[in-house]
Write a new protein. Sequence first.
Length: 257
Amino acid sequence: MSRLRLGVNIDHVATIRNARGGSAPDPARAAEIAIAAGADGITAHLREDRRHISDADIEALAALCRRRGRPLNFEMAVTEEMQAIALRHRPHAACLVPERREEVTTEGGLDVVRGHNAIAPAVARLREAGIRVSLFIDADPAQIAASAEVGAEVIELHVGAYCDAVRERREAEVAVLLQKLADAAAQADALGLEVHAGHGIDYETVGAIAAIPQFMELNIGHFLIGEAIFTGLDAAIRRMLVLMAAARPQALWGVGG
Ligand code: PXP
């Protein structure tokens, strides 16, 4: 089993900054701390309404990640505007997400089956520019098959429903949802897709998710930024990395790929 990478999503540092306006706290400073703590990459979502991350943040994060040799994972809606921004900054990766203005956060996965005609050309355009394209989808066999068909190299499975079920102690659903994630990860891997996971992961849920062997990367934001208030960002990330490694003891000893 290979080592699992951690992408730290710093959107909510910008949420706190924007609550007051001004320039503090700075998401780029959080990204520096995340990299120093061992994060494998930085993730940021430039939303259409710019509610947290701004265009200037993306510029600063792209420069910082280039300087520090770490991948920037640019989360974006499948719009002309966002594609133009991605093509300008050429991040290591772009994760295509559904976006609705009124939602508090990304509520569900991208509908790749119905959105095929808009998503396929966007994937091709981004890939041509050397950007690795990931699709944020639900653990649904039809969505996984469609993701392979439109030419994505990576899928990120939305694990929010599983994480909510764990936190709300809906025991009967927990096992079902976890099995669904494991089946989806195996299906995607068999299709040659790299598999990531994200949304709602915390210290309690990370272990079972990290134990699914096909996952190569977890993207975690809100919980880490919240935890940083109490323990600091460096300590929060280091603890998450320890929990991830503990779920993959073989990888620590170099057994497997
Ligand atoms: N991955 C994707 C595609 C997301 O949209 C989000 C939320 O912005 C995350 C990961 C991180 O989720 P959370 O902030 O709940 O850890």
